[in-house]
Design a binder for this molecule. Structure first.
Ligand SMILES: Nc1ncnc2c1ncn2[C@@H]1O[C@H](COP(=O)(O)OP(=O)(O)OP(=O)(O)O)[C@@H](O)[C@H]1O
Ligand SMILES: [Mg+2]
Length: 305
């Protein structure tokens, strides 16, 4: 049973990581692949984006071909320690609610390793519906927390070079740096601050941590609606006063947002050396699961090219 592939979706807070992770999962599931979506930040928006009430601590099928799970820190740490200590009752004692935080604080990186160990375990698991998953999509925390998460194998490697923990750390490290298995997707929106952070994050992941990265993702980009001629017509209509002022404001706004998307796509390319995959802004007040289709489609097309 080959292990699933892992897609790690990260980027600055609020840029659409959860939306992009869900859309990636939707695109893959529609193609008939078996997908698991993992949410780390709980309680996050993933359940609502997937159109379900809540996520459980074990993978549950929420749509055809699509399982979802909320990764629980305490549970992940318990499983890790269970696998390391020969006697189960010892790990229970070690991880009682009072001591859990102490253990996590005492060994920097242990909590992150526990989370990643759980993800890698699901990548190999055939427990959910008989077959294994083809793709595991990780809705990772915002940049500031993703770097410590993904660098935890390095943080711990000095401390735990040997023994079962060392083996786990090595296994995770091999997976995260293998381009046949892992790909990180760094998300930005067409704003300078988000793009600057994405460029820095791509460099940290690729150059410092050896994590393979996909083309940067420019989310919520306004599409091109107006041609140069349309722009001129708008100017003329404004001069002659033959346009509804509200329509004029809307038209100008649309043009401005489109230009920002173009400018930031260029900046991403200059900063990372990779052309951005542009994902459309979704004009939906409710943002239902089906509304992700244009984003899923753009991801499919962008990643294939
Ligand atoms: N392509 C898009 N078009 C329109 N709105 C979007 C798009 N992508 C995301 N949004 C909206 O932006 C907001 C933030 O999206 P999301 O929760 O996916 O971001 P996030 O990066 O996961 O945030 P956090 O850092 O809090 O986890 C939500 O209201 C979402 O509906
Ligand atoms: Mg999120």
């Amino acid at each position: 049973m080959p292990a699933a592939r892992l897609a790690i979706v990260t980027g600055k807070g609020g840029v659409g990581k959860t939306t992009v992770a869900a859309s990636l999962a939707r695109a893959a599931a529609q193609e008939g692949r078996r997908v698991l979506v993992v949410e780390i930040a709980t309680p996050g928006r993933m359940a609502s984006v997937l159109g379900v009430d809540s996520l459980a601590a074990e993978p549950v099928e929420v749509h055809p071909n699509l399982h979802a799970v909320a990764l629980d820190e305490a549970r992940a740490l318990e499983q890790l320690v269970d696998g390391l200590l020969p006697l189960r009752f010892l790990s229970r004692q070690l991880l009682s609610s009072e001591t859990f935080r102490i253990v996590a604080a005492a060994v920097p990186g242990i909590l992150e390793i526990a989370l990643l160990a759980q993800v890698v375990d699901w990548m190999h698991s055939t427990r959910f519906g008989g077959r294994g998953f083809d793709l595991v999509v990780l809705d990772a925390p915002a940049s500031g927390h993703s770097v410590p998460l993904l660098s935890s194998p390095r943080t711990l490697s000095g401390l735990a070079a040997m023994g079962p923990l060392g083996e786990t750390v090595k296994r995770i490290s091999r997976c995260l740096t293998d381009p046949r298995r892992t790909m990180a997707f760094v998300v930005a929106i067409p704003e300078e601050w988000a793009v600057a952070e994405a460029i820095e994050l791509m460099s940290s992941l690729r150059d410092d941590l050896d994590v393979p990265v996909a083309r940067p993702v420019l989310n919520a980009a306004f599409p091109r609606r107006f041609s140069k001629t349309d722009e001129k017509l708008l100017d003329e209509a404004e001069r002659s006063g033959t346009i509804d002022p509200e329509l004029l404001v809307a038209g100008r706004y649309f043009l401005r947002r489109r230009k920002a998307a173009q400018k930031q796509a260029k900046a991403l390319k200059k900063g990372t050396g990779l052309g951005a995959v542009e994902l459309p802004f979704i004009f939906s007040p409710t943002m239902a699961w089906e509304d992700l289709d244009p984003v899923a489609e753009a991801l499919r097309a962008g990643l294939a090219s």
